[in-house]
Design a protein around this ligand. Structure first.
Ligand SMILES: Cc1cc2nc3c(=O)[nH]c(=O)nc-3n(C[C@H](O)[C@H](O)[C@H](O)COP(=O)(O)O)c2cc1C
Length: 331
C-alpha cells in the first residue's frame, strides 16, 4: 500500500471546475483534492484577477491549481504567485489537445518538444515548495513512447504524475488504455494517479485493482454523479452505498444555484451553467433521454428551476441510475 495521501481527485475541466462546482463536489465528501481548470500563462504573466478566481478553497479538500504555458520565466512567476496565494499543489498541463493549445505550443504540444518540457519542469522544480505535479496524455499521435516521456518528466523532480491514457490526437475517442497506467505505476517511483473513463465507484475500484495506481482522478463521471467520490469511499470501507433520491438531486441543484449567485454570476450565466450541469446529471436519471430533453427546453432560469422541482420532487432512489455506462463530452 502506498503512503501517498491524495487518493481521490476531481479532474481539471475548462469552463466547468470553477469554485461553484469544486465546492459542490467537495461538500458531498470522499474527495481529497480538487483541480482548477487550466490557467493559461502567456508571456505577460498571470493577472491578479485570475489568481483570485483560482484560489478559492473548500473545507477539508486540497486545491491543485493547474497552469498551462511554455515561457519559462512567466510559468515560474505564475507558480510562485499561486503558491503564495495559497495553492496546495501546482500542476502543469501536458495534455490539452485543443487546436488553440497546439498553436501556442502548450498543453500536449509539449509532448513534441521534450527538451523544452524538461527545461521548464526543472526550472519550476527549483522554485516550487508545495507539492508539484504534472498531468499528461500518453503521447502526441500514439502512445508508444509513454514510458520514456513519463520517466523524463519524473527525472525533473515532480512529486506525482497523473496520466490520462489517450494520445493527443485521440482527443476523447476510443477507450482510455488503463494498461498504460499500470505500465507507469510499475516503472516509476513517484506516485501515479490514474484517470480516464471512470463512471462509477466500481469503475474506480477496478482501475485501482487493475493498475495498482496510487489514486484516481475523475472528470466527466463526477459531473454525472457528484456522489461518486463518497460512494467510492463507502465501497472501499464495505459500507452501504448512498443512492440519491430526486429530492437529494434537487437540493444539490439548489445548492449549486446558490453558489452561482454568491459568485455574482449574472442571471443568464446562472441559467446556462445550471442547464449544462443538469444535462450531465440527467443522463443518469430514470429514462435519462426523456427527462434530459425536458430539462433542455426551458428558456429562462425560473422555468428551469420549476421543471427541476416538478420532475425531481417525487423521484425515488430506485428510479435513478447513477452508473449509466455511456460517456461523452459535456453538452
Ligand atoms: C470539458 C472538459 C474540459 C477539460 N479541461 C481540462 C483542463 O483544463 N486541464 C486538463 O488537464 N484536462 C482537462 N480535461 C481533461 C480531463 O481532466 C480528463 O483528463 C478527461 O476528461 C478524462 O477523464 P474522465 O474520463 O474522468 O472525464 C477536460 C475535459 C473536459 C471533458
Amino acid at each position: 500500500m502506498s503512503n501517498f495521501k491524495i487518493k481521490t481527485i476531481l479532474a481539471p475541466m475548462e469552463g466547468v471546475t470553477d469554485f461553484a462546482i469544486r465546492n459542490l463536489m467537495a461538500s458531498r465528501g470522499g474527495l481529497d483534492m480538487v483541480c482548477t481548470e487550466f490557467c493559461r500563462i502567456h508571456s505577460d504573466g498571470l493577472s491578479k484577477r485570475l489568481v483570485r478566481k483560482a484560489i478559492v478553497k473548500s473545507k477539508n479538500t486540497q486545491l491543485s491549481v493547474q497552469i498551462m504555458g511554455r515561457e519559462i520565466k512567466s510559468m515560474v512567476n505564475a507558480a510562485l504567485a499561486l503558491e503564495q496565494a495559497g495553492a496546495d499543489v501546482i500542476d502543469i498541463n501536458i495534455g490539452c489537445p485543443s487546436r488553440k493549445a497546439l498553436n501556442g505550443g502548450v498543453g500536449s504540444a509539449l509532448l513534441l518538444d521534450l527538451k523544452h518540457l524538461e527545461k521548464m519542469l526543472s526550472a519550476l522544480r527549483k522554485v516550487i515548495t508545495v507539492p508539484f505535479s504534472a498531468k499528461m496524455r500518453s503521447g502526441f499521435d500514439n502512445s508508444n513512447d509513454v514510458l520514456k516521456i513519463a520517466k523524463l518528466i519524473e527525472s525533473t523532480g515532480i512529486d506525482f504524475l497523473t496520466i490520462h491514457p489517450r494520445s493527443s490526437v485521440q482527443m476523447y475517442n476510443g477507450k482510455a488504455d488503463w494498461q498504460i497506467i499500470k505500465l507507469l505505476k510499475q516503472n516509476l517511483t513517484i506516485p501515479v494517479i490514474g484517470n480516464g473513463d471512470i463512471l462509477s465507484a466500481e469503475d474506480a475500484v477496478n482501475m485501482l485493482n487493475i493498475t495498482g495506481c496510487d489514486g484516481v482522478m475523475i472528470g466527466r463521471g463526477a459531473l454525472r454523479n457528484p456522489w461518486i467520490f463518497v460512494q467510492l469511499q463507502q465501497l472501499k470501507n464495505d459500507r452501504p452505498i448512498f443512492v440519491p433520491s430526486g429530492q437529494d438531486i434537487l437540493n444539490m441543484i439548489l445548492e449549486l444555484h446558490k453558489s452561482l449567485i454568491n459568485l455574482n454570476f449574472p442571471k443568464r450565466k446562472q441559467f446556462s451553467r445550471l442547464k449544462a450541469n443538469l444535462a450531465m446529471i440527467f443522463k443518469n436519471i430514470g429514462d435519462g433521454n426523456t427527462l434530459r430533453r425536458i430539462i433542455l427546453m426551458p428558456n429562462n432560469l425560473e422555468e428551469l428551476l420549476d421543471v427541476c422541482h416538478h420532475h425531481l420532487n417525487n423521484l425515488s432512489a430506485s428510479q435513478i441510475n447513477m452508473n449509466e455506462k455511456s460517456i461523452g463530452l459535456i453538452s
